[in-house]
Ligand binder design. Structure first.
Ligand SMILES: Cc1cc2nc3c(=O)[nH]c(=O)nc-3n(C[C@H](O)[C@H](O)[C@H](O)COP(=O)(O)O)c2cc1C
Length: 157
């Protein structure tokens, strides 16, 4: 058993989030093979906070996937807070903040690996201020703070 906040996982097997791969069918397979927690691919906080339909599709899941972690990325604390609230509304049991993605298109906007060192918003220097606004504090927030290389990711909760 693994406890993250008040979320109890049946084991320590946590599926790694992978952009373009960890969609619902993949997550279901991982779950059926015994994963204690499955994670969405990284979802744009801006896309969610601005209501982009295409971004919302990344939050679609089935009850069988639960407990589900939704990973969000972004640079602005307001967008991140909104995105976290939306993710929880749509069924996330845990919200994971991507602070490790080194992709140029992510980093140049102050998100992913660049948010750890402050990025544009500075939320990487501490808990994102906006997240205090989340109405549902029961749901834990996790960070993926790897430095530039996905393969060195460590999850801190
Ligand atoms: C195609 C691909 C996409 C990935 N996308 C994400 C992502 O969206 N968010 C994230 O935190 N890590 C992402 N990663 C990193 C993985 O979650 C994982 O940390 C990495 O593959 C190292 O895991 P390993 O040490 O078990 O190989 C991605 C990795 C790959 C290969």
């Amino acid at each position: 058993m693994l406890k993250i906040g008040n979320l109890l996982l049946k084991n320590y097997l946590i599926m790694a989030p992978m952009a373009g791969i960890t969609n619902p069918p993949f997550r279901l397979i991982a779950k059926r093979l015994g994963a204690g927690l499955v994670v969405t691919e990284m979802v744009s906080a801006v896309g969610l906070s601005r209501g982009h339909e295409k971004t919302f599709r990344y939050l679609e899941s089935t009850p069988e996937e639960k407990p589900l972690s939704v990973q969000i990325f972004g640079a602005d604390p307001y967008d991140m807070a909104m995105a976290a609230e939306i993710a929880v509304e749509k069924g996330a049991d845990l919200v994971d903040i991507n602070m490790g993605c080194p992709a140029r298109k992510v980093v140049k906007n102050g998100a992913g690996a660049s948010s750890k060192s402050g990025g544009r918003s500075g939320y990487g220097r501490g808990r994102p201020q906006g997240l205090h606004r989340s109405p549902d504090r029961e749901n834990p927030v996790g960070l993926v703070p790897s430095g530039g290389q996905f393969s060195r990711n460590r999850r801190h909760h």
